[in-house]
Design a protein around this ligand. Structure first.
Ligand code: C5P
Length: 240
């Protein structure tokens, strides 16, 4: 497989074409951004950590029969993935109230939800990725009713799997964001990444934050936090 020209550069990744039509080459970047790009930094080591963590999680999901665009990890910072056209929705699943939901509802961060909830955000930087309803999805033609049902069902299945995976290494999965894409046949699959950039992860015992909130809220070293997550997932470090 040969790497070809740059197709797209996002905030956290560059996507290159390859010699195969339906396969793209993903290069993770060291850039950290928050608040719709208002806060920015270059953090040495972040690309490697997110690539390692995301590859690990996508591989585990594949073992459980949940397919994603992920094909293989190529190097410390690169992955090969199936080419998909990204659906313009961010699918956020929450187990515990935090972040924007805490602000929106005026409920204290850390309040456990009786049941997980799924929210939809419209992927549009100019609009600031607004929270939208199912009806808005219809107006935007972002997904059909069946597709939307599939996205929500898959998000909840992934939530159950990830909750257990993280719990087994002493980490609480507070919330996370998923993106989905369509391949050349129109088939929908999980895409983008699953990493501490896209999840809230708290230590089971101390509630210490081990995710991008460390950067958003200036709580310490982002790479130390992400390294801790990677080590725990690999079973190289425990919470006790
Ligand atoms: O900010 P908010 O509380 O809505 O974020 C919910 C979850 O979605 C968090 O885990 C956050 O990291 C993730 N998220 C993301 N990308 C966005 C917005 C939120 O990964 N653009």
């Amino acid at each position: 497989m040969e790497k070809r020209g740059l197709l797209y550069e996002g905030k956290a990744k560059k996507i290159f074409a390859t010699s195969e039509e339906n396969v793209v080459w993903v290069q993770y970047k060291n850039s950290a951004t928050a608040f719709n790009g208002e806060k920015k930094a270059e953090i040495e080591g972040k690309a490697t950590l997110n690539n390692e963590i995301s590859s690990f999680i996508f591989s585990k999901l594949r073992e459980k029969g949940i397919q994603s665009h992920f094909i293989e990890k190529l190097s410390a910072t690169e992955q090969l993935v199936r080419k998909v056209s990204i659906i313009s929705l961010e699918v956020v699943t929450r187990n515990v109230i935090a972040g924007s939901l805490s602000k929106r509802l005026g409920i204290e961060e850390g309040t456990v939800l009786e049941e997980p909830i799924v929210e939809l955000y419209y992927k549009d930087d100019d609009l600031g990725d607004p929270l939208i309803t199912d009806e808005h999805v219809r107006v935007l033609k972002a997904a059909s009713l069946e597709e939307l049902a599939f996205l929500k069902k898959t998000a909840l299945e992934i939530n159950e799997f990830l909750k257990e995976l993280f719990l087994s290494c002493g980490v609480k999965l507070i919330d996370f964001k998923l993106e989905f894409g369509k391949d050349e046949t129109g088939s929908i699959m999980l895409a983008d990444e699953i990493s501490p950039d896209t999840c809230r992860l708290w230590d089971l015992d101390t509630n210490e934050k081990m995710d991008k909130d460390v950067f958003r809220r200036d709580l310490g070293s982002l790479t130390d936090a992400y390294k801790m997550i990677l080590n725990r997932l690999r079973g190289e470090s425990t919470h006790v």
